[in-house]
Design a protein around this ligand. Structure first.
Ligand code: NG6
Ligand code: CA
Length: 509
């Protein structure tokens, strides 16, 4: 090779590297209801999650990684819009027939990545509503939906696995829907003899404990009623296999350009009904088996990246949409079999709560060759991914968008001489007005409703009176057991003011 050609070759190589460094593929894996202590690299001993552990050992494992809410819809809303969900009404847990809650004109994280030249897809649980004001047209075009807010492709569990209907949505349509057997979805019993979890309780393969007693499908009664669409209905046991199959297909088809995949696992949301090959694999019952199933899915995705030679050109983020819950409406033995397993690790609370266990969850980033493996205590949140990806891909974030998303890219990449977020507002559901506010080691709780939920069994909801304000020193008391508001009135005052200002200002960026 003469000198001239070799210089061109080297320059070409450098350019190729620079290009791939700026626009790595991005996969965000969001688990459902997975707690801080639920996987082995975060301390679980009752089960093993070798694939997620491997991801953590090859990347950064965050000890202060958060989702923005302790329920699903607001976390997903904030992840995709970069704005706290409590800022507007109607961003709480979405009903089966909810319209799309992200207005199509909103500038979203997938919009941002499209501007950066990415192909974008969401595969798995959606739970952000579909359709216009009148809600989803299950037999027609389901739009607006993901494709109207920046995704090129979607393959969805449209609501949650415990909410009707149990069908897949591919792009704008219910998959395999036979027009001769239209889908009807509603809030009321469609006929007096419609079998429900109450009338046919003895036929169920998994009993319900609260709610979840309407239409029966696959031997499990659900939230809401539906009829028809029989050819389109899925088996709960097959969901993870389907997410993996569709993701591999989509990655293979898009491997030659930068891609962004939002892999939204339904595991371990109720009804926990993992595939037969995972049932009984852990001493924790189906809740633990669903974690092992989730881990398997992560492993399949990583194997695909290795097989396609993409691991060094793909940033993987692993996170959860809210903290853990034991009994979330079905008698699957989670509570009875929990033993010494601490689903929220050392933290109190879980799903629905503003205690740390509600939003402090596993959070891992891996980009082989770019992220130095290690453990990070930087404060990062799923809401920050928008601003962080904007910085990574050198793409402009409009000033009036992603109002609470902070650029924590250096922290996500494991840089040590950098700061994470300075503070974070945690919320429970919708704009109910229960907040956690983190600043350094201080944690303020503000309960506008002055009520909280029973944290162990969500049976007794909203019935425990709590003081409006509480203050905790997480450095000494990570479990938020000792309210020190009386001892530190000055700190409490400062945090109260700071929180009120961030709420009132309408933005924090
Ligand atoms: C609650 C459901 C719960 C779960 C949750 C949403 C009842 C009694 N409880 O209303 O089972 O579906 O909504 O979970 O119906 S989330 O992870 O999608 O936010
Ligand atoms: Ca959830």
């Amino acid at each position: 090779m003469n000198k001239f050609i070799s210089i061109i070759a080297i320059t070409g190589l450098l350019c190729a590297q620079a290009f791939s460094a700026d626009k790595p593929n991005i996969i965000v894996i969001m688990a459902d209801d997975l707690g801080y202590g639920d996987i082995s690299c975060y301390g679980a001993t009752a089960l093993k999650t070798p694939n997620i552990d491997k991801l953590a050992s090859e990347g950064q494992r965050f000890t202060s990684g958060y989702c923005s809410a302790s329920t699903c819809t607001p976390t997903r809303y904030s992840f995709l819009t970069g704005t706290y969900a409590f800022r507007e009404k109607g961003k709480g847990i979405a009903a089966p027939s909810s319209p799309l809650i992200i207005p199509p004109e909103t500038f979203t994280l997938p919009d941002l990545l499209k501007n950066a030249g990415y192909q974008t897809a969401v595969i798995g649980k959606w739970h952000l509503g579909l359709g216009g004001k009148e809600g989803p047209d299950w037999n027609g075009d389901l739009k607006p939906g993901p494709r109207e807010i920046g995704f090129d492709y979607n393959f969805l569990l449209p609501t949650t696995n415990d909410r009707v209907p149990q069908v897949y949505v591919e792009n704008h349509r219910v998959l395999n829907l036979d027009p001769k057997d239209p889908l009807w979805v509603g809030k009321r019993k469609p006929s007096p003899d419609h079998p429900t979890g109450i009338s046919h309780r003895d036929t169920l393969k998994m009993d319900w404990s609260h709610g979840h007693n309407s239409t029966i499908h696959n031997g499990i009664s659900r939230i809401g009623f539906y009829t028809g669409g029989h050819a389109a209905r899925f088996r709960d046991e097959d969901l993870t296999d389907k997410w993996v199959e569709k993701s591999i297909e989509w990655i293979e088809a898009n491997k030659d350009q930068p891609f962004f995949l939002f892999f939204a696992s339904h595991d371990l949301h109720v009804p926990r009904m993992p595939h037969e090959r995972f049932q009984g694999k852990t001493p924790l019952g189906f809740r633990g088996d669903a974690i092992v199933e989730l881990d398997w899915g992560v492993g399949e995705l990583m194997k695909t990246l290795d097989r396609l030679n993409l691991a060094e050109n793909t940033l993987v983020v692993f996170c959860s949409d809210n903290g853990p819950v034991m009994d979330d409406g079905y008698k699957d033995g989670a509570l009875e079999k929990v033993g010494d397993h601490r689903a929220a690790g050392p933290y109190s609370g879980g799903k629905y709560s503003v205690y740390e266990g509600g939003t402090r969850t596993p959070f891992i980033t891996r980009w082989k060759g770019r992220i130095k493996p290690g453990i990070s205590d930087k404060l990062v949140c799923t809401i920050d991914l928008a601003a962080s990806f904007a910085s990574l891909t050198n793409t402009k974030l409009p000033d009036d968008a992603c109002l609470d998303s902070m650029n924590v890219m250096p922290s996500l990449l494991g840089k040590t001489n950098t700061k994470g977020r300075e503070s974070l507002i945690q919320q429970d559901n919708g704009n109910a007005g229960n907040y956690g506010f983190l600043v350094g080691d201080w944690k303020l709780q503000r309960h506008d409703k002055k009520r909280t939920r029973n944290l162990k069994v969500a049976k007794k909801l909203d019935n425990t009176p709590v003081p409006k304000f509480q203050l905790y020193d997480l450095s000494k008391d990570p479990a938020e057991k000792k309210n020190v508001i009386e001892q530190h009135p000055d700190v409490a005052q400062r945090l109260k003011k700071q929180l009120a200002t961030l709420i009132e200002k309408g933005r924090s960026r």
